[in-house]
Design a protein. Structure first.
Length: 211
């Protein structure tokens, strides 16, 4: 059956009641505007792999070149990627490591390891993490971003994300960053709305200082 989806008003109300410090963050940042954009997990992971260790502009340029390699398709199919010689992909700007990763992604999409979106929507969060991190070059953080921003899963807390840790330190007046374990422990009070709490921890870094 479909998994729980985001309830922004309900989540914000619950978080404000559960955590006074997060309540102040929410008041400072304003309404949550998180709006998941669903797409096939193959494409989402393909784009995530290309973006790794690159600026958004550089990754966008490479993606446009990759798409241009496969006319008239709007996006290369897994079979297209596997059939394309490495020099053509290198000419589009992909490194050898990223070519290996997207080829593994293509192969695992064809063999069903990476499921279609309809199937993914029925899976538990942890099952998705385990399935998708089997792909070369795809770590837990990448899958957590897919869960949050593609599937709209309501209870994701990326404890290793530097922005989340910085946001927590600012929101809670800490001079040092929390460890992932500390963040996970504190985040228990935010269940089952940790995705929205995470969004506010990212956004608080853009808010003006009180002083």
């Amino acid at each position: 059956m479909p998994r729980p989806q985001l309830d922004l008003p309900g989540a914000v109300h619950a978080l404000r009641s559960a955590d006074p410090s997060l309540d102040r963050v929410i008041a400072a940042v304003g309404p949550c505007t998180l709006a998941p954009a669903p797409c096939h997990p193959y494409r989402a992971l393909f784009e995530a792999i290309v973006h790794q260790q690159l600026s958004g502009a550089a990754a966008g340029t490479i993606l446009r070149r990759v798409r241009a390699t496969f006319p008239p398709r709007r996006f290369p199919r897994p079979a297209d990627v596997l059939a394309t010689p490495q020099p053509r992909l290198r000419a589009a700007g992909l490194s050898r490591q990223k070519i290996a990763a997207i080829r593994d992604l293509a192969a695992r999409t064809l063999d069903g390891t990476v499921p279609r979106l309809e199937r993914l929507r029925r899976m538990e969060d942890q099952e998705i993490v385990e399935r998708l991190t089997a792909v070369r070059g795809v770590g837990r953080w990448t899958v957590e971003m897919l869960l949050m921003f593609r599937l709209g899963r309501p209870d994701i807390l990326p404890i290793d994300d530097l922005g989340i840790r910085k946001g927590f330190a600012r929101a809670f007046g800490r001079r040092t960053l929390p460890t992932p374990a500390q963040l996970l422990r504190h985040g228990e009070r935010w269940r089952p709305h940790r995705t929205i709490a995470s969004w506010y921890l990212w956004r608080v870094l853009d808010a003006p200082d009180d002083d």
